[in-house]
Design a protein around this ligand. Structure first.
Ligand SMILES: [Mg+2]
Length: 372
């Protein structure tokens, strides 16, 4: 089998509002997901599907261009089943291009699964679990709104809710307090600062102030590059500290491990450069004695399916994960929606990633204009 063409399409999908407003975190507002769809065509008529996704606005069309101009020329004519060679070729052509590479790489896994007639999780060594327990994120708002939103998610079956902080110390502490009060002692309340803490001391003080509300862990208190401060926070608080924005490629995960900057790694298929690199981070974490979860951009249906396959196959998926990105979107672009029930994600049925595009929804998302 040979790759004959790689097609990219920028797509624009409105996010669902949260308490009537555009969802907002310390990274900014997110009215629309500006992602891209990758279709890798072959001489045997099989097509692999991938998704280009980023939390940041304006990236989808740029990622499509990276694939068109840099990655596609390196892959045309190659055997898509030689995944590792394809990955190395892409990393050579586009160093630091993990987001673009991931969209193509997951399409190659989809192709391999379709060609061999097995799901991607089988190619990854087989399932070690039948479903993935989920966490749901609570964006910025009034603490009372955030608590109500968390309660609704708990009632839907989510066992973990993630409070997004960065609205100022007093509001953040109050949000954690009210969310805990709303969901009760049976649920986990995770806290994600998205790098918004100004100093390690501020992060440590924040944790001291929320300890009465039994936080599960603190995610990425400090800026991505500041592993020294991350390590300082980790050494000073009694709850686990998770690294998210500090980790992209496996080499970043290695640096976090070396610098003892986190207890838990938030692993992304997209930011690491694909399923294969994400699986490598899981292995690094396992050997370092660190826990892992899978994070989201949030992805639409194809990207979320890729995360689910990974999560079903990784033995050390220790924490409830964000592999439900499509639930934050107004549509997932899939012909058959992914299966989420009572706070769990289930494997899509069928070979490869087990998903197909809904032609109408895809065309609609491709026709939409980018937001002003
Ligand atoms: Mg995060």
């Amino acid at each position: 089998m040979k790759i004959t063409a790689i097609e990219t399409t920028p797509v624009f999908v409105p996010r669902l509002p949260a308490f009537g407003a555009v969802p907002r975190t310390a990274l900014g507002p997110s009215a629309v997901s500006e992602h891209g769809i990758v279709q890798v065509h072959t001489d045997e008529g099989l097509t692999g599907l991938g998704e280009l996704s980023s939390v940041f606005a304006r990236r989808g069309p740029l990622l499509c261009r990276d694939v068109d101009e840099r990655l596609a020329p390196a892959l045309i004519g190659r055997d898509p089943l030689e995944l590792t060679r394809a990955l190395r070729a892409m990393e050579t052509r586009l160093p630091d291009g993990q987001l673009a590479i991931a969209g193509v790489e997951m399409a190659l896994w989809d192709l391999a699964g379709k060609a061999l007639g097995v799901p991607v999780y089988t190619l990854l060594g087989g399932r070690v679990r039948d479903r993935i327990p989920l966490s749901y994120s609570v964006p910025h708002g009034e603490p009372v709104e955030m608590a109500q939103y968390a309660l609704e998610r708990a009632r839907e079956g989510f066992r973990t809710v993630k409070v997004k902080t960065g609205q100022g110390m007093e509001t953040d502490v109050e949000a954690v307090r009210q969310v805990r009060e709303a969901v009760g002692a049976t649920h986990r309340v995770r806290v994600d600062a998205n790098m918004a803490m100004r100093s390690a001391k501020e992060a440590i003080r924040f944790v001291e102030r929320i300890m009465d509300h039994d936080p599960e862990m603190l995610e990425q208190p400090m800026p991505a590059h500041d592993l020294k401060a991350m390590a300082e926070v980790r050494a000073s608080v009694s709850i686990p500290v998770m690294a998210d924005e500090s980790i992209g490629h496996p080499r970043d995960a290695m640096e976090v491990i070396r610098r003892e900057a986190a207890d838990v790694l938030n692993v992304y298929v997209t930011e690491s450069g694909g399923i294969q690199n994400a699986a490598r981070i899981f292995t690094l974490a396992e050997q370092a004695g660190l826990g892992c979860m899978i994070g989201s951009m949030p992805e639409l249906g194809i990207g979320t399916a890729a995360q689910i396959h990974l999560g079903l196959a990784m033995p050390n998926l220790d924490f409830d994960s964000d592999t439900c990105g499509s639930l934050y979107q107004s549509e997932d672009l899939l012909a058959t929606p992914l299966r989420f029930e009572s706070g769990f994600a289930f494997a899509p049925e069928g070979p490869g990633l087990g998903v197909e595009l809904d032609a109408d929804a895809f065309a609609r998302a491709a026709r939409r204009s980018p937001p002003p």
